[in-house]
Design a binder for this molecule. Structure first.
Ligand code: ADP
Length: 238
């Protein structure tokens, strides 16, 4: 009975958290749209910047809903159906290239290397795998200041593929570290950044569904390093 009650409590907290998080961008979109339609905002510059905010907030809503759907799908095991053995090199290469162009745009220095044979195989769902990499690299970009370094590297160690995302950003305090993978948990370092506290919960659900490991090393003020370990699949693709 206690377990049921705990489950119920978690579900209610989940729904309350989501409703609260979705309301914030909606309130802003509504506010700006009303101000434009009733003429409060009338000069061209202000109109332009208000429309930009509306676009930004709509994108944020879109991202949050996407995260949420992924999270729910993961927890109902729906996504595990697409697991296949595939070559991981091109996926890592794509992610590295995307990170490099984001780095140019946001003025972060990107380093790293994909130090694995082109023929390396893992069993995964492509979309989920990309989701993990995007969340980790996205966080590294968001929590690192301009001119900071983000390193994306892959190597093989003891029959495992090791992917590390390292940054010289603001780091995570020791008090926050045990909770960063919890649903809706936002660290004390995150106040200046927009976010929902869903990203790492999504990462953890994906990793757990594959039984993959993740380790985090971080120090406040110095940076963070997330390392994912994935078992290799032997053999060759047909
Ligand atoms: P969000 O970033 O939306 O708050 P996440 O679930 O992605 O949610 O991350 C949870 C928390 O972990 C963040 O609020 C932040 O405190 C911390 N965090 C995650 N990645 C990093 C990073 N690379 N550097 C510093 N802090 C991080």
């Amino acid at each position: 009975r206690q377990a049921l009650r705990d489950d119920q409590f978690r579900k209610s907290r989940f729904i309350m958290g989501i409703s609260h998080d979705l309301r914030t961008p909606i309130a802003l979109i509504k506010g700006y749209a009303e101000a434009i339609s009733d003429g409060t905002i009338d000069d061209t510059e202000m109109l332009k910047s208000s429309l930009e905010i509306i676009c930004q907030k709509s994108q944020q809503l879109d991202d949050m809903i996407e995260d949420l759907l992924n999270f729910v799908k993961l927890n109902t095991q729906e996504w595990n159906k697409h697991v296949e053995v595939r070559s991981v090199y091109p996926l890592l290469e794509d992610c590295f290239h995307r990170l490099q162009s984001d780095g140019i745009l946001l003025q972060r220095r990107i380093t790293g290397s994909i130090d694995i044979p082109q023929s390396t195989l893992i069993a995964t769902d492509e979309k989920l795998f990309i989701r993990v990499l995007e969340n980790l690299t996205g966080n590294a970009l968001r929590y690192t200041e301009q001119n900071g370094i983000i390193d994306f590297s892959a190597c093989i160690h003891e029959n495992q593929l090791c992917i590390s995302v390292f940054d010289t950003g603001i780091g995570i305090s020791q008090e926050d570290l045990p909770y960063i993978f919890d649903l809706f948990y936002r660290g004390t370092n995150s106040r200046r950044e927009k976010g929902s506290g869903l990203g790492l919960a999504v990462v953890k659900s994906i990793l757990e569904s594959f039984r993959w490991d993740i380790e985090v090393f971080s120090q406040k003020g110095s940076g963070s390093c997330f390392v994912v370990q994935i078992p290799l699949v032997r053999g060759e693709l047909p």
